[in-house]
Design a protein around this ligand. Sequence first.
Ligand code: ATP
Length: 206
Amino acid sequence: MKSIEINRAAIMGGTFDPIHYGHLLAAERVREELNLDCIFFIPSGNPPHKDYDGMASSVHRYNMVECAVTSNPFFKILDIEAKRKGYSYTIDTVNQMIELLGSRCKLYFVIGADNAGDILNWKNAHELITKIEFIAVTRPGQWEEKLKYNVSVLRDEGCSIEVLQIPLVPVTSTEIRQRVKSNKSIRYLVPKEVREYIYTNNLYKS
Ligand code: ATP
């Protein structure tokens, strides 16, 4: 892969099934607070931790992220996980990103409060936490106490992790899928382009 000149960046990984305003606002706040040059949205290919009926294909999930991020010059989408065969693991993505950006680029990984407790279960977790700093963003729900606990466990293991308080956007991809299935509105939960993509491609109906 060709190197590109970016000095400070973050990875926003996720299933994005579909991408919604919670993801987008979190990314924008992280970019602004940490003064980043770029947020890389990397939709997962075949995530090892998620398996449910009706998951949109990685092509649809990638296309929806693309619709949602193109209007923001600081947001970029990468297909490195979507194209990967087999399960996609964060350690492989982080290694690929370090190769792409060069070791002088400061690289962060954005994670929602609900996921912070999982990091140590990820593949090659101890290698991963030495290679990248995590930014845990707050999320609606009963996460505050759990997040404090998870952050202290991670720090004890040598992980660099900071918590960033962001405005709470009470939306999940699960809720959006359920609302589409029950013919309910998803206006104001996802960008218009994503809503149209969902309807045009008849996603989440079955
Ligand atoms: P699902 O409902 O299918 O589990 P999700 O809404 O949690 O999906 P993901 O694609 O799994 O979406 O999330 C990608 C990342 O964004 C995760 O780290 C998750 O914690 C974070 N995230 C998701 N929704 C929000 C939100 N509303 N506010 C802050 N962070 C969020």
